[in-house]
Design a binder for this molecule. Structure first.
Ligand SMILES: [Zn+2]
Length: 167
């Protein structure tokens, strides 16, 4: 005793319609949740970025203050001065920082160079200006150092000067 087709068909249509409606609602809900989630994530990351910037600034100030207290000093030998600047540079590297050349203002790496007549070497700012490696400074004592953010790495073809120097 099966029921006649017309009713069945009507029920089926109605059901299908409801299903479609439900699916439409469902996808709308999902979509709006996705958008809300995206906004939340962006806001969270934005807040995190601000917090990191604050921390980064505190770190920079702390390092800068410590270095300022050491300005005008020399450790008395090239080896000791080199060890000092290498320690400073490693610290700066860890925090994405560079020293600011106090002659031209470019971001630089602090080094100790040999110079005749200067037993403990000289402190120089090592940087690339207009594509050329340049040294500024040259005091026999640690200069007063300002810190700057490390500039973004320049995109250059890997077969550059380094390859030629090596061969
Ligand atoms: Zn310079």
């Amino acid at each position: 005793m099966t029921t006649p087709p017309p009713d069945d068909r009507a029920t089926f249509d109605g059901h299908a319609g409801a299903d479609n409606q439900a699916q439409a609602n469902h996808s709308r809900v999902n979509h709006s949740q996705a958008v809300t989630g995206e906004i939340d994530a962006r806001a969270a990351l934005g807040g995190l970025q601000q917090e990191l910037n604050r921390l980064q600034r505190s770190i920079r100030i702390a390092i800068q203050q410590q270095l300022a207290s050491m300005a005008g000093q020399s450790l008395g030998s090239i080896a000791a001065n080199r060890e000092l600047v290498e320690t400073i540079q490693a610290m700066l590297e860890n925090h994405g920082l560079r020293v600011r050349c106090n002659e031209c203002g470019h971001p630089a790496i602090l080094r100790v160079s040999v110079r005749p007549g200067c037993a403990s070497g000289v402190f120089v700012f090592d940087h690339t200006i207009e594509g050329r490696r340049t040294f500024h400074g040259g005091k026999t004592v640690l200069p007063l150092i300002q810190l700057v953010s490390k500039p973004p790495r320049k995109k250059r073809a890997p077969s550059g000067k380094n390859t030629r120097v090596a061969s």
